[in-house]
Design a binder for this molecule. Structure first.
Ligand code: GDP
Length: 317
């Protein structure tokens, strides 16, 4: 990407989009294009096509969507499937219509079968049934991959797909009903600091295994792939290392509220037993993450405190 390329970040206000924006600004990109939800409803093809005609982006990061943790996914499947299928379709189609030179679509590691072999390589897509707690979202995300592949196949469009593992970092959603586990536990331990009993409820058994990637590492990988990857197959983005939710909770406790006590609630869903990506394809291209989980948790909590102290712009807190 040239520094004067017209770059559209679809979803610039979210966890991923804001990290990509920070990174592009740091790299000196000057023609950054964004549209807020009230300016452009990405679910409406006519509006999206028109916006592309008016703004003529050269490069597109398609990182917009309706996202959430295990509870939001399992209780709001209609929103997750409709919003995401529409957004992926409209943006990719408009990018084709207006001859965008390259588009990167971001999926999710939940596209893989529930019983996938671990670590999960790219070839395991569509080899078995999905995890029921996020099936609707996963179907929409798989459709997004297939949309990109189909436009490449039929029109020769340079549209690529990256599948990130569980993400965290600044600008995450800290709302306890819709967030993912890492920001949820950070918020719960933070709230426990001002209670007497200091008990923190952790959903499920604590035994599911998850992998966590700092969103600044993901942004780095997205820019790397935009410049270095052009193929029909999707590519995993992660650390390749996972840990049990119990250990994650202990790490967050140690940073946020050392004296807190964990209490597991097995009536809440565990979801997928294990979800760790095989990242050898990306590593072979020469990319590796650089932010360790301990460092990332400490940094994200510092950001959270800073936000609370300054302008309270923390989603859900
Ligand atoms: P998933 O990776 O799609 O399952 O998404 P989540 O990040 O929402 O959940 C990951 C795991 O953390 C699941 O096993 C959850 O049950 C567990 N977990 C433990 N406590 C919490 C919590 O407070 N919020 C969320 N979202 N998950 C939690």
């Amino acid at each position: 990407m040239d520094r004067d390329s017209r770059v559209f970040v679809a979803g610039h206000g979210g966890l991923v989009g804001s990290a990509i924006m920070r990174r592009l600004e740091r790299e000196g990109f000057t023609n950054l294009l964004t549209a807020t939800r009230s300016e452009l409803d990405l679910r409406h093809q006519a509006a999206v096509s028109r916006w592309f005609q008016d703004h003529r982006p050269d490069h597109v990061f398609l990182v917009a969507g309706t996202v959430g943790g295990i509870m939001a996914n399992s209780t709001r499947p209609a929103e997750f499937i409709y919003d995401n299928m529409m957004i992926h379709g409209t943006v990719v189609h408009a990018a084709h219509e207006s001859n965008v030179s390259k588009l990167l679509y971001l999926g999710s590691s939940c596209i893989y079968p529930r019983d996938a072999h671990q670590p999960i390589d790219e070839e395991q897509l569509l080899t078995g049934p999905l995890e029921p707690t996020n099936e609707a979202y996963a179907i929409a995300k798989i459709a997004g991959i297939k949309v990109c592949q189909s436009y490449r196949q039929q029109y020769g469009s340079d549209f690529i797909s990256a599948m990130p593992t569980n993400l965290y970092g600044p600008n995450d959603n800290f709302d306890l009903t819709s967030s993912h586990v890492l920001p949820a536990l950070m918020r719960k331990f933070h709230d426990a600091r001002s209670t007497d009993d200091k008990i923190v409820e952790v959903w499920g058994t604590g035994s599911p295994m998850r992998e966590f990637l700092h969103v600044d590492d993901l942004a780095d990988a997205c820019l790397f792939l935009m410049d270095n990857y052009s193929d029909v197959g999707h590519i995993n983005v992660g650390t390749g290392q996972d840990l049990p939710i119990r250990e994650l909770a202990e790490k967050i406790r140690d940073v946020v509220c050392g004296e807190a006590e964990l209490r597991f609630d097995p009536s809440k869903p565990d979801g997928m037993p294990r979800k760790v990506l095989d990242v050898s394809k990306l590593n072979a291209l020469g990319w590796k993450p650089s932010i360790e989980l301990d460092e990332g948790i400490a940094e994200t909590y510092a950001w959270f405190l800073d936000q609370l102290a300054t302008d309270s712009q923390v989603r859900g807190a």
